[in-house]
Design a protein around this ligand. Structure first.
Ligand SMILES: [Zn+2]
Length: 287
């Protein structure tokens, strides 16, 4: 932590030194977010009027993310930060840094949300499940917050942002409708997943996820056996994996239960495409 602060402090100086070469409007119109799906919401609302800096790079495990000087520079060069709320990266790295970067307005998407408990342990050690963006209802509220905050910051564009938000809402409602139809027809509402990224999605649609990862760590043989038993007794054949996490254990479980391993990507930059793909998987591959 001390190291990061030192780097941050020296970056402040570097940035102040070159203020003349960086127009104020450029920083004003740059916003930072934690994950790629958030960039989708900001761009749908604001188009290319704002530049979006994503702090957790593609393919990185959001649970274990150290900041590079380049990332810190991009962070400092933004006027607003939209945080998911309880991502491990945000809790351990980001919030302490933002406390010292007074010029950046922090907007927390989890504020005011009814949150669900997560698993304790290495990945999410704060007992709050952070994955709110995978719920269409919550994604709508995230986009609405983006439109409100940017509308207040750039009043001349407020109506445009509102119109863009309305269009996005129509599309999210359509996804929600498909999700209701697809999930209500399922006999088996339980599915396995390596990392529990679908907590809020499952809660919205009366499904239940069972995580292979245990307390943010690789599962123990005892935990794996319990999972295999659950799957056998309930006839579960679907095992979701995410490419940011180790898939060996998921493949082992799938082998034991004669199930299929299916890759999903909750950090997909194309949020809508990912939701459609997830729903198509549930529709066609789950009983
Ligand atoms: Zn996660």
């Amino acid at each position: 932590m001390t190291m990061i602060r030192l780097i941050a402090a020296s970056l402040f100086c570097a940035c102040f030194a070159c203020h003349s070469c960086r127009p104020a409007g450029e920083r004003e119109r740059s916003v930072s977010v934690s994950i790629l799906p958030q960039r989708y919401f900001v761009e749908r609302v604001a188009g290319d009027f704002v530049k979006v800096n994503v702090m957790i790079p593609p393919g990185a495990n959001p649970a274990a993310c150290d900041l590079t000087p380049g990332q810190l520079k991009n962070l400092y060069n933004s006027s607003i930060y939209f945080a998911v709320g309880y991502l491990p990266f945000e809790v351990t790295h980001l919030y302490p840094l933002l406390e010292e970067m007074k010029g950046i307005v922090l907007v927390n998407h989890s504020e005011g949300e009814a949150l669900l408990e997560g698993e304790a342990g290495g990945g999410h050690d704060h007992l709050v499940d952070p994955h709110i963006w995978m719920s269409p209802a919550r994604a709508k509220r995230m986009a609405a917050t983006v439109a409100r905050v940017l509308g207040e910051r750039f009043p001349a564009r407020k109506e445009l942002f509102a119109r863009n938000l309305e269009q996005l809402n129509v599309e999210i409602d359509s996804i929600d409708g498909v999700a209701r139809r697809v999930t209500s027809g399922k006999k088996n509402k339980l599915f396995l997943i390596y990392h529990p990224a679908l907590t809020y999605f499952a809660a919205d649609y009366g499904m239940r996820q069972v995580a292979i990862e245990h307390e943010g760590k690789e599962p123990s043989p005892v935990h794996l056996k319990a999972i295999v038993d659950t799957c056998r007794s309930r006839g579960i054949k679907t095992v979701f994996i995410q490419n940011q996490f180790d898939e060996q254990n998921a493949r082992a479980v799938a082998g034991e239960i004669g199930g299929r391993v299916i890759a999903i990507d909750p950090l997909n930059p194309d949020w809508k495409g990912e939701m459609r793909s997830l729903l198509s998987i549930i529709e066609h591959q789950m009983e």
